[in-house]
Design a protein around this ligand. Structure first.
Ligand SMILES: N[C@@H](CCC[C@H](N)C(=O)O)C(=O)O
Length: 254
């Protein structure tokens, strides 16, 4: 099977294309993503079909589960397709979302993310009482604002919140520090992946909650351990700007 490996601020994806890839199973995805015995990745983007500047993809998490959405994954798929089809504007379809993307200068691209919904503040008991706000960017998120979140907080709270019974489909988790009217710093615990250096849908969820709760105004720059993403919110939908870079291509028998 041929593959290429990409990253977006250190959030990595292996891109494979059907029919070359053959049957993709949770077990095979886990083998591909394994850091020492596989290629190593935060997920797999399986291109099911493409025609011109339009491709339909499935987003796999490294634990073999399927995600409805990934902001970085969609941007990586868009950059992959733009290079393959030699176009600057493409459309990526995932779990029923048709998302337009535009190549910008350098390694950056802007993608539409689609509708974002934000819930009301709720309390969660994880051995300590946590206030969170649920958001959906197609995939589920729990946004938690803390004064000064640390990596230790993320590693302790991330797994507890991800698999709390309040979230029957599990959830992505964001620890958010509000830095200003247009800036937040976010630590990300991804459903099915654990700690990652960046997440596009998490950035959109954190920005949407920050705007809905009056902490920030759009546009919001999201500072992540891997670098910055830029989120614009208007009319209940979002767009995301950030980089994506191919780091390797090859073939594997995994
Ligand atoms: N890397 C992501 C999110 C990937 C999916 C997520 N783990 C889920 O299960 O919803 C991003 O950039 O959005």
């Amino acid at each position: 099977m041929r593959f290429s490996k990409w990253h977006a601020l250190g959030n990595s994806y292996i891109v494979v294309e059907q029919p070359d890839a053959g049957t993709m199973t949770p077990e095979r995805v886990r083998r591909l993503c394994a850091p020492t015995t596989g290629i190593g990745s935060d997920g797999v983007l399986e291109v099911l079909a493409r025609e011109g500047g339009r491709a339909e993809i499935v987003i796999w998490n490294p634990d073999g589960s399927i995600a409805e959405m990934s902001g970085n994954g969609v941007r990586i798929a868009a950059c992959w397709l733009a290079a393959e089809a030699r176009r600057r504007e493409v459309v990526i379809v995932t779990a029923g979302r048709e998302l337009a993307a535009r190549m910008l200068d350098g390694l950056e691209a802007e993608t539409d993310v689609g509708p974002v919904t934000v819930g009301v503040p709720e309390m969660l008991d994880v051995g300590e009482a946590l206030e969170f706000t649920a958001a959906s960017v197609g995939n589920p998120h729990a946004v938690i604002r803390l004064e000064a979140p640390t990596r230790g907080d993320l590693l302790r709270l991330g797994p507890l919140v991800e698999s709390h019974p309040r979230f029957p489909e599990r959830t992505n988790v964001q620890l958010v520090r509000v830095d200003g009217r247009h800036d937040v710093t976010v630590l990300v615990w991804e459903r099915g992946a654990g700690e990652t250096s960046a997440s596009g849908s998490s950035s959109v969820a954190a920005a949407a909650v920050a705007v809905a709760r009056g902490w920030c105004e759009s546009p919001v720059t999201v500072h992540l351990p891997g670098g910055d993403l830029h989120v614009r919110l208007a009319g209940g939908s979002a767009s995301l700007v950030g980089p994506a870079e191919e780091v390797a291509r090859g073939s594997t028998s995994l």
